[in-house]
Ligand binder design. Sequence first.
Ligand code: FAD
Length: 464
Amino acid sequence: MTISSFRAELGDIPVEDHPRIVQQRSRDHYWYSPVLKAKLDHVTAEIVVSPRNNEEVKTVLRAAFKHGIAITPRGAGTGNYGQAMPLSGGAMLNLMNMDKVLEIKPDRVRAQAGAVMEKIDQETIAAVGGELRFHPSTYRMASIGGFIAGGSGGVGSVRWGGLRNLGSILGLKVITCEAEPRELDLVGEDILKVAHAYGTNGIIVEAEMPLAPAHGWIDMVVGFDNYMDASRFALGVALQDGLLVKEVSTYAAPIPEAYFNRHKPYLKDGQSVVLLMVAPVAADAMTLFVSHHKGDLRYRSDKATEEELKRLPPVYELAWNHTTLRALKVDPTITYLQTRYPSLEHLEKIISLLGDELPMHIEVTRQDGVVTLAGLPLVRYTTEARLDEIVAIHEANGCDVFNPHRYTLEEGGMKRTDQKQLDFKRQSDPKGILNPGKMVAWENPDFDFSAGKVWLFDGLNSVG
Ligand code: FAD
């Protein structure tokens, strides 16, 4: 058996082969999508390998290359698009044992790929008063390597944009999958070859990230009787140059009262809300801005008691895809979309067309210097065909959709081949064994994205 020959070359590198545990570690949060759930539920690797340093990563990749074993890298497994699902079986490469913060400077930090973002911030705040510029709402679980390979932005993106912007990642150390794996140090534009490539073209073992001043952010919840008033306020906050914020997001009624269970005592029935993270220096100005917009400041964490602070999750754990998670806990039929509304008028139009079938959730972000309404609306899911219609309604009304119900890189939003990532894969993974099935261009360069067909990976059912 090839997997046993592969395993025989791993020496004392920790390996897990209990089928139940391997199956657990073969999963990410693909099940947020009923479409992906139906396609990927049966997927599992055969073993999980957990290297502890770069040399052990090389040993694993050397053996995988020799025996043709599929390797799927994994951080905390919190990705939402099935990115970390091993479509061809083989081995999961668990990076979470490589979790050290290696070097801290006043303006940057270098960490191993498996370091959890909250832990990185704890160390950098203590050492230099700096923190990661932005992080996903899975901050307390997710790894920096998984964020770079599979994420996009998050809490802090209202000020600092996203991972794809130049300067958001300063350097990566990557190990290739060849007969003799190489360690490559990528800087500048080369970083974009492996950033958001789902680990298809190299294993990230170290990342250097810029730091921003840490502020001991204050959580605020502001209520509005009308969702469009909430949206105007939120956009206004992001456009105010003097209001230092890390998070601005809006939630149309009934999302808050239906799904933000622990914050219920602070919410008013029927209100839509805006969630904010505000620097203490901007708190007074923010309360003024709230009153200018006739908002109803329902909660602020700097006025909360010790007991309240222990009981309540931070507001960022209501935001981003935590909103979907909280809705799913109450109503398992809910799913979501990722959208972009060019203006408040576009947003209003979509709400008028889809109403309560699409409870609205907006993350206000900065994209290429422009304050942008990035949507993560909930969807009251009925059928895949209706979900496709909702996507089509967005597109027909000039609103972009980055489909989270697809497991490939190209279909998830780019809708074209990323030539740089493909070219790099030819050098770094010549046998195509890193996370097979996720890069359409590698498997089928002639795939026609305009045909409206969904890509289905041939190897989906073959294990090993
Ligand atoms: P994993 O899920 O383990 O991996 C993600 C991808 O990267 C996979 O393709 C995997 O194969 C690959 N990979 C992992 N490690 C490496 C490595 N070292 N080298 C190469 N490839 C690797 N995402 C956001 O961007 N913003 C958000 O605000 C956000 N909020 C979320 C909220 C919830 C409740 C959930 C469930 C998910 C959310 N996500 C968000 C998605 C996800 O949590 C983040 O992208 C997270 O950073 C992924 O990190 P991870 O360690 O869990 O990676």
